[in-house]
Write a protein that binds this ligand. Sequence first.
Ligand SMILES: [Zn+2]
Length: 235
Amino acid sequence: MSYCVNCGVELDASAKCCPLCSTPVWNPNRPGEAAEAKPPFPTQKELVEPVRRKDLGILLTMVTLATAGICGVLNVLVFREGSWSLVVLGACVLLWVLLEPVVIHAGQSVYLSLLYDGAAVVFLLYMITFPAGDGGWFGGLGVPLAVLVTGVAELFAFCVKKLPRSFLTVSLYFFTAAGLLCAGIELLIDRFLRGAIQLGWSAVVLTVCGILDIAFITMLSRRRLRNCVRRRLHF
Ligand SMILES: [Zn+2]
């Protein structure tokens, strides 16, 4: 048994210096003992195995299935008023479809993922409107809006993937898509509510997006201007 010469704390046989005051340990009667003795704690760190994608997928599927299933049973047996579990089912399907490309099929095409997302949103909308029997809202506004958003998202994904990609060009695609989306949303709402089509607030958005787009196109077409922007924004 050794003790620290400075603070008197009891030392393990493997200690090369005092754990309290860091005074080097050297016992003249037993030189080299510290090098031979095993430390009282493990020297190697055990690596934690990363979670497998497949296991995550199973977890996601089971959780969403269980949620939808349990809510369905509760709806039938306990809280019988209305068909609220259908909305939960729609939300579970949407959640699964949204997370599926992240968790299960990492290599899935972006276009397919967006298409599935759009379909899942339509399904959720149907589940919301189906119990209420409000079919006009679903077909007249819900589906066209979902189709519009999906279409614009697909177009944006196509531009980012296939056309030149830089800070300026992606900004150009983004503001063009945002302008189109706002105009489309307003036209669809107008058509559903009033039966007439007229641009209002979205005209303002379109104007702003148009001005920004013209600025981006000018910067892209003038090499000197483009280089100035690139140097100032560091990309
Ligand atoms: Zn000490």
